[in-house]
Write a protein that binds this ligand. Structure first.
Ligand code: SOE
Length: 366
C-alpha cells in the first residue's frame, strides 16, 4: 500500500458543509490523510475544529500554514480550499507559491481580478491547481462525454443545462445562506454557486464552450443583493445553440441539475436525481437506458445497483488528483482545473454584462 498523501485544509471548520464533503471524499480511497488545517478565520474555532478532527497541526492563519508546511519534510503536499469564494484567491496563491498542490472548491473566485491572481500564481508555480466541479466525475456523466466524443450523437446542435434549487426562495439566514448572498464574500449569486456547475457540465460532456451569451439575471427575493435566478441563451462557434437556467428560487427543487444534448445523429439526457442512468436516443434506433453496468470509465466502487452518488463523485476527483500527484498524468484530461474556473468566470462576466445591457449578446472571454 502506498502511503497516503499528506493533505491540509483551509476552511471547513465547525458548522461548515462542503469541508466535510471534501474530507469524506479525500479518505474514501485511502489516498490522502488530512494532517493540517487552518479550519476557520476565528482562532478558537480553528483549534476546536482541528481537535475534533484529530488533526496533527492546526494554524490560525493559512499564510502561516503554507510557509510552515512547505518547510517541513513531512509537510502537506496538497491543500483543499473550502472557504467562501472571496478567500479562494489569497489561499490558493499562498499555497501555489509554496509549491503545494491546490484543490479548490468552485467557483474559481469572487471577482475576475482574484481569478487572474490565481492564474498568475499557477503559471509561476511547480504545483497544480484543481477545481472541484464534482458532477463531471460521476460515472454516467463520464460515459455521456465518451458517447459524444465517439460520435454517438453526431454533430452537436442543441444543449440545455439546468440547475434548479429552491432553498433560497425566502429571506433565509444561515451560515450557508449568509455568505452565498453577500456580494463581498460570494461575488455572484446563483450564477456563481450553481450556474458555473451547469456551464462546466455542459462543456465537459459536449467538448464545446459557448462563445457568446444573452442573459437575464434576477434577484427575486426582496432585499437580496446577488442574483438568485439566471437564464442564458448560448451560441457556440460550431453553430450549435443552447440554454442554461440556474435558479435558487425554484421553490421545492433540491439539486435539480440536468443536461440534455441533441446532435445530428442522436441525443443524451441525464439528471442528477437519477444520476446512475443515462438516456441515449440514437436516431432511428431504439432508445438505450445505460446504467453503471455500461460505464467504461470505471469510476465507481460497488457493483451496479448499489447506489453511488454525490460523495463518490467528489471521491472520483480526489482519486484522480492523487494519481496525478503521484506522477500519472492520465486523468488530467478529465479533471476540472484552472481552465474550467476561468471559463466559469468568463460566463459570469459575460452574463452580468448582457443582463445589464437588456440581454444583448456578449462575447465570452475566458
Ligand atoms: C449550495 O447552493 C450548494 O451547496 C453549492 O454551493 C454546491 O456547489 C452545489 O453542488 C450544491 O449546492
Amino acid at each position: 500500500m502506498t502511503a497516503p498523501i499528506p493533505l491540509g485544509m483551509v476552511g471547513g471548520g465547525e458548522g461548515a458543509f462542503i469541508g466535510a464533503v471534501h474530507r469524506i471524499a479525500a479518505r474514501m480511497d485511502g489516498q490522502f490523510r488530512l494532517v493540517a488545517g487552518a479550519l476557520s478565520s476565528d482562532a478558537d474555532r480553528a483549534a476546536a475544529s482541528a481537535q475534533a478532527l484529530g488533526l496533527d497541526r492546526s494554524y490560525d492563519d493559512f499564510r502561516q500554514m503554507a510557509r510552515a508546511e512547505a518547510g517541513r519534510p513531512d509537510g502537506i503536499r496538497a491543500v483543499s480550499i473550502v472557504t467562501p469564494n472571496h478567500l479562494h484567491a489569497p489561499a490558493a496563491v499562498a499555497f501555489l507559491d509554496a509549491g503545494i498542490h491546490v484543490i479548490c472548491d468552485k467557483p474559481l473566485a469572487a471577482t475576475p481580478d482574484q481569478a487572474r491572481q490565481i492564474a498568475d500564481a499557477a503559471a509561476r508555480s511547480t504545483a497544480r491547481f484543481f477545481l472541484t466541479h464534482n458532477y463531471c466525475a460521476l460515472p454516467m456523466v463520464r460515459e455521456a462525454r465518451a458517447i459524444v466524443a465517439e460520435g454517438g450523437i453526431g454533430d452537436l446542435r442543441l444543449v440545455q443545462a439546468e440547475y434548479l434549487q429552491g432553498w433560497l426562495s425566502g429571506d433565509v439566514r444561515s451560515k450557508q445562506a449568509d455568505w452565498r448572498t453577500d456580494p463581498a464574500q460570494a461575488g455572484a449569486g446563483a450564477i456563481g454557486d450553481i450556474g458555473t456547475h451547469a456551464w462546466q457540465l455542459a462543456a465537459f460532456v459536449t467538448g464545446q464552450t459557448p462563445v457568446a451569451v444573452s442573459a437575464e439575471l434576477s434577484s427575486m427575493v426582496p432585499g437580496r443583493r446577488v442574483d438568485d435566478d439566471v437564464r442564458a441563451s448560448l451560441r457556440y462557434a460550431s453553430g450549435a445553440r443552447g440554454g442554461l437556467w440556474a435558479s435558487q428560487v425554484a421553490t421545492g427543487r433540491e439539486n435539480g441539475l440536468s443536461l440534455r444534448v441533441f446532435g445530428t445523429a442522436g441525443a443524451l439526457d441525464w439528471r442528477l436525481d437519477d444520476a446512475e442512468r443515462l438516456l441515449h436516443t440514437p436516431t432511428g434506433q431504439p432508445p438505450r437506458i445505460l446504467t453503471r453496468a455500461q460505464d467504461r470509465s470505471g469510476s465507481f466502487r460497488t457493483p451496479p445497483g448499489h447506489p453511488e452518488g454525490y460523495l463518490e463523485g467528489f471521491a472520483n476527483l480526489y482519486a484522480d488528483i492523487a494519481a496525478v500527484i503521484r506522477g500519472d498524468n492520465g486523468p488530467l484530461s478529465r479533471l476540472p482545473g484552472l481552465a474550467d474556473g476561468l471559463s466559469g468566470m468568463g460566463f459570469i462576466a459575460a452574463a452580468q454584462e448582457s443582463s445589464a445591457r437588456d440581454g444583448a449578446w456578449v462575447e465570452v472571454r475566458p
